[in-house]
Design a protein around this ligand. Sequence first.
Ligand code: FAD
Length: 439
Amino acid sequence: MTVSIALFTQDLRLHDNPVLHAARAAADQVVPLFVLDPAVADAGFAAPNRQAFLADCLADLDASLRRIGSRLTVRRGEPAEQTARVAAEAGATTVHLAAGVSGFAQRREARLRALFGDRLHVHDASVTVVPAGRITPAGRDHYAVFTPYFRAWQQAPRRTVLGAPRAIDTPGGLGGERPAPVGPLSPALPPGGESAGRRRWRRWDVDGYAAAHDDLAADATSRLSPYLHFGCLSPTELVERALRQGGEGAQAFVRQLAWRDFHHQVLAARPDAARRDYRPRGDLWHRDEREAEAWRQGRTGYPIVDAGMRQLAEEGWMHNRARLLTAGFLAKSLYLDWRIGAAHFLSLLVDGDVANNQLNWQWVAGTGTDTRPNRVLNPLRQADRYDPDGAYVRRWVPELAGLPGRSAHRPWPAGADYPPPLIAPDALADRFRRARGLE
Ligand code: FAD
């Protein structure tokens, strides 16, 4: 009887899971294993919202595995050590793992390699569609600009989508842990897990995406990001299905999934970009904790910014357009260090992801991959364009619910109950432009 371990990480699903598929093909029995790593919490990456979502994911995965004769073993500790311990208990000889991109994932893989040698099998194209490093421009180890990356990405071969296994035989007698209860949560978190993710995917209509994805009040994006972050859904399966369906909405959706791969391949090549400027511009960030706190609390005096920040607190999620303009407001208008904003996002986002969060923040701050690093988004113009009726603001800023139409974006004379703008509308770009020597 041969036994293999399928070590789950950011691939918490049965459908289209190369790790599970290979572990099953390699042995008579499989131990599906997840290790809760205290180092994630110690590094500040285990926000309560994501911990709660993860607990849902693990419970759902266990329930799905039990339906096909298996079960999930959960352990707590250093992942390589725990995996070795389970391998000894179960008599497992091989370990299967999805390739990750963060510095953390790379160190985990190296420790597993040290213990298991060539008995560790790492499977790519699980967390991303195109593996990080698979396509590169001549003479470089990664793409630094999205457009040429996307051209190459569209031409890159994709693996075949795998079905969910119908039966898995798992050795008994492996005790396990449960995720510990976590701290205070956003009140309107989505449910975690592959079942919830597939349900959401089935119900969402991609057709309207191209036209409505930037309309804040329409809320017409997929909201699949947390399911992608935890791997409850396979990005390859999403891309294949969208391309089969075709149409403008599907094309636009696939392009966003390519952005996700793009940021992953940047981080894989430059793990330090999680903390350091990808392209340093000599910024000497303004320091003002009062301003930073007003931004966190959604009390900047700019209703469109405040609406986004309050959606984040309430749902652990924010619309992409709101992420762009709230981040732009912090990094370009207040000219506060992007790391302050990125840390706050990571403390709440249920999809909070080192690659996507840090590199989108850097893109906005002009220290990342944006080819126009000096652009400044004007929150009032953004508001008029992407929330033309003020409906998004009225939904999230109840103090302004009585202001009709786009007057909700400029409440200052009328809104006695509303804070004055942290920075005057005609000075929104001043700090940044002066600091970058643009005037
Ligand atoms: P949809 O519009 O339906 O897009 C489908 C999927 O494509 C998303 O689920 C996501 O996986 C991917 N995607 C879309 N836009 C981007 C993008 N710009 N970069 C990378 N992938 C993208 N996304 C995260 O998953 N985690 C984060 O921590 C994160 N932090 C961000 C921080 C800032 C400052 C900004 C500007 C963007 C951030 N994004 C992040 C990207 C994007 O805002 C979210 O992925 C998107 O809003 C999620 O909603 P959705 O699933 O409805 O997206």
